[in-house]
Design a protein around this ligand. Structure first.
Ligand SMILES: *[C@@H]1O[C@H](CO)[C@@H](O)[C@H](O)[C@H]1NC(C)=O
Ligand SMILES: *[C@@H]1O[C@H](CO)[C@@H](O)[C@H](O)[C@H]1NC(C)=O
Ligand SMILES: *[C@@H]1O[C@H](CO)[C@@H](O)[C@H](O)[C@H]1NC(C)=O
Length: 396
């Protein structure tokens, strides 16, 4: 062989070896560390032992939870880790049904950089008993029950293909994360389960949600303060309360919401479609650069809604204006049916009227049973209108 061929062979060998070592991550199977798929014995210890090993590994590692039903009381996966860690959930994890703890996350991931959670498995929060006690939608002073999955300060992560079932509270909570992607998530809880938002995001920069199917009792997706660069694409939502920015302004020192793109979604039989909500008599805040495009509404009760007087259960003074400034918002190509005649409601703050709101290609028809005509209602806003308009937007 000449030296050129030799060099090529060496290069190919190096490539093969390096890709082999990446694909050939160290594997930790929880059943080798004492986890039993009996649905009764909590596998918390086995999860912690495998996590410690995987997280300390200087080469990429993978934790496998194989098929079967595993009981799990509660677990927190804490970083930082030395290299990329992947958790593959193939089976079902079951939370305790009786409520032994009232703290925040059932399964929590915290301070991890470069992380993957995948597999076709299920996180079953067994929320039925907790839903009866959950009054956070009615009262400020309420007890928060466990959320199925919490991601706290996680970066460069991919969460894919998993199912979150019957969470006691929010299904997935994203806090302080950077560059986190959710692909093909399944979220399932009954329509009448309170506060079971599908994915809630707060104080995070770069969140990508693609192709989830969300059927739940709360918002399908909700964005709290400090949500930046949020890309929500191809969501199937319903039942549920739709896709919401807010509520904002309830608490002091909230961070701005900026950069939200919601595209190519279908909402079916939901209470709201796309919504921005802020509290009246609120703390100051900003919500800007938010875009809703190519959305199909099927029998949605409030398809397009800006509500700056959001005050559930009369917990606030409705007479005082919201101090949250909404600007640079677009609603484009939104079509389908509205279950109520009032298909578009843009209720902005008297003190801080909405600025730079654009609506174009709105084609909604009324699917309810009264003889009323489809309509819109506007206050403290002069939107720019283009293209089709059914209903006529802000017509006097
Ligand atoms: C975001 O995270 C993904 C998954 O870890 C990674 O492949 C990608 O390079 C990251 N993007 C940036 C801009 O860091
Ligand atoms: C339309 O939505 C309303 C209110 O959510 C619901 O009661 C009704 O059953 C829905 N209609 C259809 C055909 O699903
Ligand atoms: C509006 O929607 C209706 C019902 O889906 C459809 O028949 C009609 O062609 C649409 N109009 C425009 C201008 O897109």
């Amino acid at each position: 062989m000449d030296t050129k061929t030799n060099k090529i062979i060496i290069i190919i060998t190096l490539l093969v070896v390096s890709s082999f070592s990446i694909n050939n991550a160290q594997v930790f199977d929880v059943t080798k560390y004492g986890a039993k798929a009996d649905g009764v014995t909590s596998i918390e210890q086995a999860m912690m032992s495998t996590w410690k090993k995987a997280c300390a590994s200087t080469s990429p590692s993978k934790i496998i939870i194989p098929k079967g039903t595993f009981a799990l009381t509660k677990v927190k996966f804490q970083g930082p880790c030395k290299s990329h860690v992947e958790i593959q959930l193939q089976g079902t994890l079951k939370a305790p049904a009786h409520i032994t703890t009232k703290s925040e996350g059932w399964v929590t991931f915290e301070h991890i950089d470069k992380f993957t959670l995948g597999g076709s498995g299920t996180f079953d929060g067994q929320g039925k008993a907790a839903w009866k006690l959950n009054d956070c939608h009615k009262s400020i002073k309420c007890t928060f029950y466990l959320m199925n999955l919490r991601f706290n300060f996680v970066s460069n992560a991919i969460i894919r293909d998993i199912t979150s079932l019957d969470s006691k509270n929010f299904h997935v909570n994203v806090l302080g994360c950077k560059n986190i992607t959710f692909l093909n998530l399944n979220v399932i809880a009954p329509e009448n389960s309170p506060n079971t938002n599908g994915i809630h995001i707060g104080r995070s920069d770069g969140v990508y949600i693609t192709d989830p199917i969300i059927k739940t009792g709360g918002d399908c997706i909700s964005l709290g303060d400090g949500s930046k660069n949020i890309h929500i694409t191809s969501v199937s939502c319903g039942p549920g309360h739709g896709i919401s920015v807010g509520s904002l302004g309830r608490y002091a020192k909230e961070e701005p919401v900026s950069g939200v793109w919601v595209k190519d979604c279908t909402l079916t039989n939901t209470e709201n479609g796309v919504r921005i909500k802020t509290w009246p008599s609120s703390n100051p805040g900003i919500a800007s650069d938010m875009h809703f495009e190519n959305i199909k509404m099927v029998n949605v009760s409030n398809p397009i809604l800006i509500d700056q007087q959001y005050c559930p259960w009369n917990q606030c003074n409705r007479d005082a204006s919201s101090l949250v400034q909404i600007n640079d918002v677009s609603f484009k190509n939104i079509h389908g049916t509205s279950f109520t005649p009032l298909a578009v409601k843009l209720a902005c703050s008297a003190k801080y009227p909405c600025k730079n709101v654009v609506l174009g290609g709105i084609n909604l028809s009324y699917s309810g049973s009264t003889s009323e005509k489809i309509s819109s209602e506007c206050s403290n806003i002069v939107p720019s209108l283009s293209g089709n308009q059914s209903p006529k937007i802000c017509a006097k």
